[in-house]
Design a protein around this ligand. Structure first.
Ligand code: ADP
Length: 339
């Protein structure tokens, strides 16, 4: 006898949400498994936070359902959903100690003081802040405040965590460091996590699966490397950082990944631009497909001879995708008269 698989930790079914004339989220469906971190990735204004707010109960979808472990919570207020949230600005209480901030959730749930503080200590140990319990938020670094916010979400004991751009208030260096840390912490917590971000690197570094969102709709979901290797459309390819995308006459586009470029073989093409970087050179080649961008290591730079570079494009590795970059709502509006 086979038993049914357990229901997803979180299941979003056909969510739609309007704000007046703005269709913020449109027929959005997604499932997250227990223990999984999923990143909701998309440009600013595409509806990510609205999805998150519908999950938290801070916003009511116009249509569609939110299920947690198979239970329909769509009509429930936030406090009855039991999710842990980490906001962009951390929203720590400035007048409470670190311990007070983290124990706040359990105390609100009427957990006795001693037990609430035990849970807070446990969460603080998980984020490696033991020893800083008595400090106030303004006596902590940005990274430490971020970890307090995460500990506070963990101390809710919830098996579903919602994180809204949790690293965006930190400087670039710290953000890079904390990505790996956040991934480990979330894995250790065993919770399902929905992470909202507009930062491709953050999504790929922290989450095991990434859902790409554009103009209120889900456009592609998959494992991070898989998405980059197999973007569904030209817009996804460009958004994830592919540089060589060439429009074809038939509304498709060719995406040429770096692995398709074989240097030092084939025809010689003229180098049209050349810029030094800290790890080599960025160059542009006049290729029949169009201007082709390459990053050359110092060793590869030796292959440039007389202003040309030999290059073969391995056609087996070139992707043909749908060209969707000039559809409605996809590009920032150009001001009248702009080039
Ligand atoms: P993201 O999180 O991807 O930046 P949001 O979910 O915040 O996007 O916003 C999606 C769209 O809905 C945007 O066009 C935004 O201006 C609009 N929007 C969000 N919240 C409100 C609101 N409370 N009232 C009116 N429009 C809103």
């Amino acid at each position: 006898m086979t038993s049914d698989p357990p229901p997803s930790a979180l299941s979003l079914q056909h969510l739609t949400k309007r704000y007046g004339p703005t269709l913020a989220v449109q027929d959005f469906s997604l499932d997250i498994n227990q223990g999984e971190t999923l990143a909701l990735l998309g440009p600013s204004g595409c509806g990510k936070s609205t999805v998150l707010r519908c999950v938290a109960g801070l916003e009511q979808p116009d249509t569609g359902r939110v299920l947690m472990h198979g239970r329909d919570v769509t009509g429930l207020p936030p406090e009855q959903r039991g999710v842990g949230m980490v906001f962009q600005d951390y929203a720590l209480f400035p007048h409470l100690s670190v311990l007070g901030n983290v124990a706040f959730g359990p105390k609100m749930r009427r957990v006795p003081k001693e037990e609430a503080e035990r849970q807070a200590h446990e969460a603080l140990s998980l984020v490696e802040l033991t020893g800083l319990e008595d400090r106030r938020p303004d006596q902590l670094s940005g990274g430490q405040q971020q970890r307090v916010a995460l500990a506070r979400a963990l101390a809710t004991g919830s098996d579903l965590l919602l994180l809204d751009e949790p690293l965006s208030n930190l400087d670039e260096r710290l953000r890079g460091e904390l990505r790996g840390e956040l991934k480990d912490l979330l894995a250790r917590s065993g919770a399902a996590a929905l992470l909202v971000t507009h930062d491709q690197r953050e999504a790929l570094a922290v989450a095991s699966r990434v859902a790409v969102m554009r103009a209120g709709q889900l456009v592609q979901v998959g494992r991070g490397e898989g998405l980059f290797a197999q973007p569904a459309t030209a817009w996804v390819a460009q958004f994830l950082g592919h540089e060589n995308i060439f429009v074809q006459p038939d509304s498709t586009a060719l995406v040429v990944p770096e692995q398709a470029l074989q240097l030092g073989q084939g025809n010689a093409y003229t180098v049209t631009t050349q810029t030094l970087t800290d790890s080599g050179q960025n160059i542009t080649l006049a290729h029949p497909l169009g201007p082709l961008h390459l990053h050359l290591s110092p060793r590869e730079m030796a292959l440039v001879e007389g202003g040309t570079l030999r290059l073969r494009v391995d056609e087996g590795r070139v992707l043909r995708v749908r060209e969707d970059r000039d559809g409605a709502g996809s590009q920032p509006q150009q001001a009248a008269g702009a080039p």
